[in-house]
Design a protein around this ligand. Structure first.
Ligand code: FAD
Length: 553
C-alpha cells in the first residue's frame, strides 16, 4: 500500500531532492505553489516543492470555496480582473469537474440595499459578457415571488427581486491536493511538513535552501537554479530571510466562516447578500449544512492556525438575523468555524476591503521570485505568468515546451472525458462499485470525491475488507487507505480536515470514527505510543479550534 505519493516515502523523496539539484524549488504547497509546480513540470523543468504544514493548510483550505467570476470586483471597476478570472473558472471546471460544481447564486435586491434592480441587471449583463459566461448559464432577474419561492425565509420588507447567476463551488483543499497529485505524477518531488529555514548564496545569487523535516527534525540542504516563494500570507516572512523588505509589501486580511446545520438555517439555495454594515456575505448550502462568510479585517501577524473570535461569530449571526427574520441563530448553533488570511498587496491609505485581489510577481535581487496576492480561481493563469517569466534562461536548453500546457491537462481525478461527461462517468463508476458489493451511496461518495481516481480507490477494496475497524464502512476504509498511499496524509488532521473536509462539515462522523482512523494510521506508519498520543492530541486540539470561538481579553 505504498503509492507514489505516500508519507512512508518521505525520506526517499527528501534524499533524492538533496542529491539532485532541481531547476525550481517551490516553497509553499497552497494552490499557488501547486499550480506553479504543475505548470513548470509539464514544460519539462525539474521541480521540488516543500510545505512546512500539510498541503493547503494555509489559506488554501480556509476560503469561501468558490471558483468565482469575481462579481464583487465589478463593483470595484476591476474589469480586467473580472475578465481574467471569469474566463479562468470555466477552465478550472473543465479540468477538474469532480472538485468544481456550478452553483446558482441568488443576489437579493432591496430598496434600502447597496445596489438597485437596474444596477444589478446591468452589472450581471456586463459580468456575463466579460467573464465569458456560457449562454445556458447567463443570469436571470427574478421577481419577488420567484425570489421567495427559492429562499422562503428571506426578509420580505422592501424586497424588489433578485439577480440569479452562476458561481462555481469547489473544495479548496481538494482542488489543491489534486493539482499537486497531477504535478507529482509528472515528476514533481513534493513533500509536506518540511520547512524552509534559511538560504545560501553564491555570488549573491540564491542557490541553496536549508529545510527541516518537521516530522523527524532532520535538516537537509537543497540546491535549485531558481527558488520560488509561494507562501501566501508568509511571503514577506520568506522575503525577510532573503533581503531587507523594502517597497511593496503584503497586507493580510483575516476572513472567517461559520458552519451551521440546515435545520437551524433552512437554506437550500446559495445566496450573496448585503450585511447591515453594507459588506457582502455568502451563505452556501453543503451536504446538510450551510456555511457563511466572510469578514475582512486587517491584521499584522500571520499565524498557522488562526482562531475565530466570539465577536466575529456574533457578527455573522447578526447578518443572518437581519436577512432571515424568522431564523433564531446564535453562536451556540455554530457547529464549526474556520479562519484564514488573504495575502493582499498593500496600498498605503487603502482599507483592506477595498484592496485589489490581483496578483504580482516580485523579483528579489538574489533571484528569489515571490508571488503575492491572487485568488484560488486564478491559480492556473498565475502559474503560467510565473513560469513564462522564469523559463527565459532555459530557452533552447532541452525544454519540452516553451508554452504553457496546463490548459489541456486535467488535474488528478479530472480525466472523466470533460465536464459534460462527469455525471455519466459517476453512473458507470457507481455501477462498478456495486459489483464490489458496495451500497450505491458509498460508491457514489467515493466517485464524487476522487473523480477518475476512483478506479484506483476501488483497488483498495480487498485490503479494506480485511481491516476490522467497525465504525468505518468498507468504502470509508478504502478512502483512508487511498489517502494514505496516494495523497501524503501524515496526520489524522490531514485526513479529517483537508482530504475529506469532514472536520468542518460532518463532525459527528469524525467523533464516531476517529479512534478507528488513528488505529489504521498507527499500523500504517508504525507509530510508537508517544507518536500515537501526539497525533491524537493534535486532532483533539484541531477539533477544539474548529468548534469553539475565543474571547480576546
Ligand atoms: P497558502 O494557501 O496560504 O499557501 C502558502 C503555504 O506556504 C502554506 O501552506 C504554508 O504552510 C507554506 N509555507 C509558509 N512558510 C513556509 C516555509 N518557511 N517553508 C515551507 N512552507 C511554508 N479565492 C477564491 O478564488 N475564491 C474564494 O472564494 C476565496 N475566498 C476566500 C475567503 C477567505 C476568508 C480568504 C482568507 C481567502 C479567500 N480566497 C478566495 C483567496 C484564496 O484562498 C487565496 O488567494 C489562496 O488560497 C492563496 O493561496 P497560496 O497558495 O498563495 O497561499
Amino acid at each position: 500500500m505504498t503509492g507514489l505519493f505516500s508519507g512512508v516515502r518521505r525520506t526517499e523523496i527528501l534524499g533524492s531532492l538533496m542529491k539532485q539539484p532541481v531547476d525550481i524549488l517551490i516553497i509553499g504547497g497552497g494552490i499557488t505553489g501547486a499550480g506553479i509546480a504543475l505548470d513548470a513540470v509539464s514544460r519539462g523543468l525539474s521541480v521540488g516543492l516543500v510545505d512546512m504544514q500539510d498541503f493547503a493548510a494555509g489559506t488554501s483550505s480556509r476560503s469561501t470555496k468558490l471558483v468565482h467570476g469575481g462579481l464583487r470586483y465589478l463593483q470595484q471597476y476591476e474589469l480586467a480582473l473580472v475578465k481574467e478570472i471569469g474566463r479562468e473558472r470555466n477552465i478550472v471546471y473543465e479540468l477538474g469537474p469532480h472538485v468544481t460544481h456550478p452553483e446558482k447564486m441568488l443576489l437579493p435586491i432591496y430598496q434600502d440595499g447597496l445596489l438597485g434592480l437596474h444596477t444589478v441587471s446591468l452589472g450581471l449583463k456586463l459580468y456575463d459578457y466579460l467573464a465569458g459566461v456560457k449562454r445556458v448559464e447567463h443570469h436571470q432577474m427574478l421577481s419577488v415571488a420567484e425570489t421567495l419561492a427559492l429562499v422562503p425565509g428571506l426578509r420580505q420588507e422592501k424586497l424588489l427581486g433578485a439577480g440569479y447567476y452562476v458561481e462555481y463551488r469547489t473544495d479548496d483543499a481538494r482542488l489543491t491536493i489534486e493539482v499537486i497529485k497531477e504535478a507529482v505524477a509528472r515528476g514533481v518531488k513534493a513533500i509536506n511538513y518540511v520547512k524552509a529555514t534559511s538560504f545560501g548564496y553564491e555570488n549573491n545569487q540564491l542557490q541553496t535552501v536549508t529545510v527541516e523535516d518537521l516530522m523527524t527534525q532532520q535538516s537537509y540542504l537543497l540546491t535549485a537554479k531558481t527558488v520560488i516563494n509561494a507562501t501566501g500570507p508568509w511571503v514577506d516572512t520568506i522575503r525577510t530571510l532573503d533581503e531587507q523588505v523594502l517597497g511593496k509589501k503584503l497586507q493580510l486580511s483575516k476572513g472567517i466562516h461559520i458552519v451551521v446545520d440546515q435545520s437551524v438555517l433552512p437554506l437550500h439555495q446559495a445566496i450573496y447578500f448585503d450585511a447591515p454594515d453594507k459588506r457582502m456575505i455568502f451563505a452556501i448550502p453543503r451536504v446538510g449544512k450551510v456555511y457563511l462568510g466572510t469578514t475582512d479585517i486587517a491584521v499584522t501577524t500571520v499565524e498557522s492556525n488562526p482562531r475565530v473570535t466570539e465577536a466575529e461569530q456574533i457578527y455573522l449571526c447578526d447578518c443572518v438575523k437581519a436577512m432571515f427574520p424568522e431564523v433564531r441563530l446564535s453562536t451556540s448553533d455554530i457547529e464549526s468555524c474556520f479562519a484564514g488570511f488573504r495575502p493582499l498587496i498593500s496600498i498605503a491609505g487603502k482599507e483592506v476591503v477595498h484592496l485589489s485581489r490581483h496578483d504580482e510577481i516580485w523579483n528579489g535581487p538574489s533571484g528569489l521570485i515571490s508571488i503575492a496576492g491572487g485568488k484560488l480561481t486564478g491559480y492556473r493563469k498565475m502559474a503560467e505568468k510565473v513560469v513564462d517569466q522564469l523559463i527565459r534562461p532555459y530557452k533552447g536548453k532541452g525544454l519540452r515546451y516553451l508554452k504553457c500546457q496546463t490548459r489541456q491537462i486535467p488535474i488528478s481525478g479530472g480525466a472523466v472525458g470533460g465536464a459534460h461527461q462527469f455525471e455519466n462517468y459517476i453512473r458507470k463508476q457507481v455501477a462498478l462499485g456495486m459489483t464490489l458489493g458496495m451500497p450505491t451511496v458509498e460508491a457514489e461518495m467515493l466517485a464524487r470525491l476522487f473523480g477518475s481516481n476512483v478506479e484506483k480507490v476501488f483497488g483498495y477494496h480487498g485490503a479494506a475488507k480485511q481491516l476490522e475497524q467497525v465504525h468505518l464502512s468498507v468504502a470509508e476504509r478504502m478512502m483512508l487507505l487511498y489517502c494514505l498511499a496516494e495523497e501524503m496524509v501524515m496526520t489524522p488532521v490531514d485526513f479529517f480536515r483537508r482530504r475529506t473536509g469532514r472536520l468542518l462539515f460532518d463532525l459527528s462522523w469524525v467523533y464516531r470514527v476517529k479512534e478507528d482512523v488513528l488505529q489504521i494510521m498507527s499500523a500504517y506508519f508504525n507509530w510508537r505510543t508517544d507518536e500515537m498520543t501526539k497525533f491524537q492530541t493534535q486532532l483533539e486540539v484541531e477539533i477544539e479550534i474548529s468548534t469553539t470561538a475565543i474571547i480576546p481579553s
